[in-house]
Design a protein around this ligand. Structure first.
Ligand SMILES: [Zn+2]
Length: 343
């Protein structure tokens, strides 16, 4: 299960955010720790997966106290890397996080975030929560940074680019200007956010439920980012968009409710539990299918059998693994089946 293969970087290379200073920072988080803790558990209880759909691999990282951790050797933290940023950018990112994370924790992600928010019922599937009690620019800057870092992580890990190069570069430049700005200047500045963002969460969701942070696998406008307790939609092109946001009720993502230039408030859509679960299920199910399909292809190649036979073989083996307890869940069982078949 240890196939994690991040591109090795050293401190002489350039910071991937500002592209000017040396990447001397160590232990940089791709997904902010403050977001991860809502998804993969508290320190030492973490449960993280990096699923590489192109080369069937699941690397898992379990905290020392997590019961699923049967391997005594410490594993690399999937969400941390050395020498991707300079210390300056690292500090600036941390500063924005330290402002936004407490707001997310105390105001948005609590069970009843009622007092400070104006609430507009969109449909039975969700409510638009709106507040002026937090600086919208800082809030959006934080989510821009998360989206960009998730995209960067994907690029460094698998070489695949899930977003267009133009989008990636525009958002990097935007961040390098505004993240590095002093808080005072940033507060005064008239900041133009180049891409509209819609943020969705569910205050009714099961906190134990989701165990992944990953970018969109749908090539659509908007891009869809799953970020632990949030789903972010970012519109990289103006216009109506292709609206292929599988699993998310279309009525919730009406662009009327987006954080566009005309808004001054912080806006988040609070999805009903059923709608949230359905959206996440579509994502996980899609990932599983893609993952299995790629394993089946490799099995067919290695064994010189038809795709159909490889599919049947993998299905039987996966069920066997699940029954014999060799996989605690579906992806782990499929991975064990794959390894036993190709050996
Ligand atoms: Zn930098």
């Amino acid at each position: 299960m240890k196939n994690y293969k991040m591109v090795e970087r050293n401190k002489e290379q350039v910071c991937l955010l500002c592209m000017s200073r040396k990447a001397d920072a160590r232990g940089s988080h791709f997904a902010p720790a403050g977001l991860i803790k809502h998804t993969i558990g508290k320190r030492n209880y973490e449960e993280a997966y990096a699923i590489d759909l192109a080369n069937p691999n699941i690397d898992s990282h379990f905290g020392r106290s997590n019961l699923k951790n049967t391997d005594p050797t410490p594993t690399a933290d999937l969400h941390v890397a050395d020498h991707i940023f300079c210390q300056q950018c690292e500090n600036d990112l941390a500063r924005i996080e330290s402002k936004v994370i407490p707001f997310l924790d105390k105001k948005i992600l609590v069970a009843s975030p009622k007092q400070e928010f104006r609430q507009h019922v969109i449909s039975p599937e969700g409510i638009l929560m709106e507040t002026d009690s937090f600086d919208r620019k800082t809030f959006l800057l934080f989510f821009y940074s998360v989206i960009w870092r998730i995209s960067l992580q994907q690029r460094l890990e698998s070489g695949s680019v899930l977003v267009s190069i133009g989008f990636d570069e525009t958002i990097r430049r935007f961040l390098s200007i505004w993240i590095n700005n002093s808080p005072e200047e940033f507060a005064k500045a008239n900041v133009f956010f180049p891409f509209e963002v819609v943020l969705l969460t569910s205050t009714a969701r099961d906190i134990e439920g989701a165990t992944f942070i990953n970018p969109s696998i749908y090539n659509s406008n908007p891009y869809v980012f799953y970020m632990g307790p949030f789903i972010g939609l970012i519109y990289y092109e103006a216009g109506p968009g292709t609206n292929k946001i599988t699993g998310i009720p279309a009525v919730l993502v009406s662009r009327t409710y987006a954080n566009d230039g005309g808004q001054k408030s912080v806006r988040v859509i609070d999805m009903a539990k059923e709608a949230w679960d359905a959206a996440n299920y579509v994502m996980v199910d899609y990932g599983h299918k893609e993952y299995l399909m790629n394993m089946v292809k490799l099995v067919a190649e290695k064994k010189r059998i038809s795709l159909r036979d490889a599919g049947i073989l993998m299905q039987h083996k996966t069920e066997e693994m699940l029954q014999s307890g060799q996989g605690f869940d579906w992806p782990a069982a499929a991975q064990a089946a794959f390894e036993s078949v190709v050996k």
